[in-house]
Design a protein around this ligand. Structure first.
Ligand code: R1P
Ligand code: URA
Length: 307
């Protein structure tokens, strides 16, 4: 940590940089495309008209801000897991004026034959699967849930309008794709599940650990039979948007990497075709979202008058 921070409740430095993402007002746009992987973020940033700002924080958050089709957007890589999404949503909320539209573009495991590796899932909502620490601890504090190794939450809806736009731009991009490598289809209308772990909470068996997770996917599907995707951040994004008092709108899509039905995995040459195409389609959807952009005076994307 290099800067002097004030306010233990919401630490910021003297210039207004937030603690972990290390951006200040005017460096993040009202439209945000977020991914887990830094290389994915940099590859998508190649589609921008130009880049006005780039910063990689000490805590591993990458922010790239510029314009796409002349509209200010930020592409932000956050790493993996629910807490990273919490940092993203809260710290960007603190430095952006007005409403925010966030689309996450991740990778996932698929629970449906309809979405093999190479396809893209656009969930209409999501929920969380959490390892129940009380089940595994020496002396449980809570009665009633101590015999459940995993807790399945209720659902949070994605923004319906943004989700529809995303499905449209993705479907169009897939239809226009003509290379030999087969990708698609786009699968919408189902749910995403965020596991709190890539391993135990997503039902991966690991003999090195006590996990009691052979039933976790079936248990989740019993409550949420339309679950298509398993990953780690998108449901948290929907949850935080739901709790943002109406100021954050969110949608998400994920490229299917892991086939959890037949136990397969996507090949690198398919990712090489799929990822840039989906990234561009997400940008196309993001700039169509109707949202009032903040006053650009003093921002990194401010258009300077030629003198
Ligand atoms: C696990 O491999 C990671 O991949 C998925 C999961 O949500 C988790 O973050 O998304 P990203 O590819 O965006 O990181
Ligand atoms: N990301 C996940 O979280 N799970 C998978 O199975 C694949 C990608």
């Amino acid at each position: 940590m290099k800067e002097t921070l004030t306010n233990a409740n919401f630490p910021q430095d003297a210039e207004g940089h937030v603690y972990h993402i290390h951006v200040k007002r005017g460096q993040v746009a009202n439209r945000i495309l977020t991914v887990g992987d830094h290389l994915r973020a940099r590859a998508i940033a190649k589609h921008l008209d130009h880049i006005d700002f780039e910063h990689s924080s000490q805590r591993g958050f990458l922010t790239i801000t510029g314009r796409y089709k002349d509209i200010p957007v930020s592409i932000m890589a956050i790493g993996m897991g629910n807490p990273m999404m919490d940092f993203l949503v809260r710290e960007t909320r603190a430095v952006v004026d007005g409403d925010i539209a966030i689309i996450r573009f991740g990778s996932c495991g698929s629970l449906t034959e309809r979405a093999p590796p190479g396809s893209v899932i656009v969930p209409k909502g999501g929920y969380c699967i959490r390892r129940n620490i009380d089940y595994f601890c020496d002396t449980p504090l809570h009665s009633g849930i101590q015999d459940m190794p995993y807790l399945i939450s209720g659902t949070f809806a994605a923004d319906p309008g943004m989700t529809e736009l995303l499905e449209q731009t993705l479907t169009k991009a897939m239809a226009e794709h003509q290379e030999d490598i087969k990708i698609g289809p786009v699968i919408g209308g189902g749910l995403n599940a965020d596991g709190c772990s890539f391993y135990s909470a997503q039902g991966r068996l690991d003999p090195q650990f006590w996990d009691d997770n052979t039933q976790v996917i079936d248990t989740a599907l019993a409550s949420h039979p339309t679950t298509d995707a398993l990953e780690m951040e998108t449901s948290m994004l929907f949850h935080l948007a739901h709790c943002s008092k109406g100021t954050v709108r969110a949608a998400g899509c994920m490229q299917v990497f892991a086939d959890r039905v037949h136990n397969g995995f996507i090949r690198p040459e398919v990712v090489a075709v799929l990822e840039p195409l989906v990234g561009k389609a997400v940008l196309d959807a993001l700039v169509l979202v109707e949202i009032e952009a903040m006053n650009e005076v003093g921002t990194v994307w401010e258009k300077k008058m030629k003198v």
